[in-house]
Every structure is written in structure tokens, then in C-alpha cells.
Write a protein that binds this ligand. Structure first.
Ligand SMILES: [Mg+2]
Length: 271
């Protein structure tokens, strides 16, 4: 049930309530990165985690499952965290790595998704293989068409085949242009909430003796708070009087004002 952020109880002053909820159970902690483990900064590359926070996360991860779920690419998050005992889900959970199992293949649920990517790959190869320097790169959840090494005159052929594929599947494909690359992705109904539920299932944590806790600050984190309603706990990180938060409604259960309070909360969970 959504409510106003200003009405959320504070997680550090409602310790008894939380302890009662966790008694006899194990937490499984899911953490957003930007704005949750590091303060929001103007340039994302400056969002470096503090040593205190790194310690708190490392400690907690020796006691229970800890997973960072970010919209950033997984290797970037891993590099920023600098810890090897964490599960890291990048690209909003499309790309998952666990210390025990390595890369976890995400089952997209329907073969249609993989079939469509196969078709994209095949068509790109047909057009691009004869072009000098063109490169088709299949990825887990997309196919990239690289043209950096292609001479100017022939680049339009690659743009044309990408447009052709999008025109053929307007409801199922989208393209993200990058640096000398077109990234063709399926339009899939996927978000952090689905990622968290998927992780709970994959990691066999969808059990009565586990309380999943998700902590996040942004609008995309609301999907995760909603997914855990009746199943676990959501902790919103931020302040109701922050103009960027505004009149937002939330499905979180508790609030922490800032990143420092997140570190304190994680310390307490680890005890
Ligand atoms: Mg965030």
C-alpha cells in the first residue's frame, strides 16, 4: 500500500519492531548503489563508496546474503564495490554474478525472446559480415552492431539494417545508440522488482525463514518495494523534504535519512 514518504517510520528508531520481524529468521539484503551506498553526485563516475560503507557491506555479507542491484553495468558496480563476497546484479538485474555460482543465466521466461535475438543476430551477420571492419557482438540480452572500424561510406548500410529490424518488430525491439555501436535489445517487461523476485527464487531464498530487505532511493526502486510487499521489508533512503522526492508516494516500510544512516543500519543488521 503506497503512502507518503513523510509518514514512514524511521528504521533506526523502530529497532524493536524490526527485531521482532527478523526474530528467528535470516535477512537477505538487496541494496541499490547510487544514492543508497554513495551520496548522489553530479558525475556518476565520482560516486565512490566510503571505506566505512564498504566495511559495513563486507561484514554483513559474511553473515547473510547481500546483493547489490543497480541500473549500472555489472562490471562497473563490481569495480566500485571492490568486494568479492557479494552478489551483483547489473543492468537492473539482467546481468547477475554470484561468488558461488559465477554468472547466473537469467531465464527470460519465454524462448521467444532468445529466438528474436537469434533472428537479429542472423540478419546482422548477413548484412555486416561482407562489410570490412563491421562487427556483430551477441550479448546476454542484446546484440551489438559495431561500426567503428567501418569506413564512412559503408556505415549507412549498418544503420539501414538496424532500422529494418526495428521496423519489422516495432513492439518487441528497441535500439540504444552508443559510441559507434547500435545496441539492439528486446523490449521486455523487466524492472528491479522482478529482478529481486527472480534473485530470491534463483538463490533459493524464497522461504519462510528469510526476510528479504530492499534499500533504495529512486523511483525505479519503488518496483522492488512493491514486489516485497507482504514478503519482506522496503527501506527508503532519503528525506521527505528533499525537493527531488517531492510528493512521491512509496511502498517502502521504513525510511533512513541518508547514506550514513544506511551504514549504521547495515552494522546493526550484521550483529
Ligand atoms: Mg539509487
Amino acid at each position: 500500500m503506497a503512502r507518503h514518504i513523510g509518514d514512514l517510520p524511521h528504521a533506526l528508531t523502530h529497532q524493536d519492531q524490526l527485531e521482532a520481524r527478523l526474530r528467528g529468521k535470516k535477512p537477505a539484503v538487496f541494496l541499490d548503489y547510487d544514492g543508497t551506498l554513495t551520496p548522489i553526485v553530479p558525475r556518476p563516475e565520482d560516486a565512490v563508496i566510503s571505506e566505512d560503507m564498504r566495511e559495513a557491506v563486507r561484514d554483513l555479507a559474511t553473515r547473510c546474503t547481500v546483493c547489490v542491484v543497480s541500473g549500472r553495468d555489472r562490471p562497473v558496480v563490481q569495480e566500485l564495490m571492490g568486494l568479492d563476497n557479494l552478489i551483483v546484479a547489473g543492468s537492473h538485474g539482467f546481468d547477475i554474478w554470484s561468488p558461488d555460482e559465477g554468472t547466473i543465466e537469467r531465464d527470460a521466461g519465454d524462448g521467444a525472446f532468445q529466438e528474436l535475438l537469434e533472428e537479429v543476430k542472423k540478419r546482422l551477420h548477413e548484412v555486416m559480415d561482407p562489410i570490412d571492419g563491421a562487427l556483430v557482438e551477441p550479448k546476454k540480452a542484446s546484440v551489438a552492431a559495431h561500426y567503428r572500424q567501418v569506413n564512412e561510406a559503408e556505415r549507412s548500410q549498418i544503420k539501414a539494417v538496424v532500422d529494418e529490424l526495428l521496423a519489422a518488430h516495432p513492439d518487441h525491439l528497441k535500439v540504444t545508440p552508443g559510441k559507434m555501436v547500435y545496441e539492439i535489445q528486446p523490449k521486455i517487461d523487466w524492472h528491479k522488482g522482478k529482478a529481486v523476485l527472480y534473485l530470491l527464487e534463483t538463490l533459493e531464498l524464497d522461504r519462510d525463514d528469510v526476510v528479504p530487505i530492499f534499500m533504495g532511493d529512486d523511483v525505479t526502486d519503488e518496483d522492488a518495494f512493491r514486489a516485497l510487499e507482504g514478503k519482506g521489508l522496503g527501506v527508503f533512503v532519503g528525506r521527505a523534504d528533499d525537493p527531488e522526492v517531492g510528493e512521491r508516494q512509496t511502498s517502502a516500510d521504513y525510511i533512513l535519512d541518508n547514506v550514513d544512516e544506511v551504514a549504521t543500519f547495515l552494522d546493526q543488521l550484521a550483529r
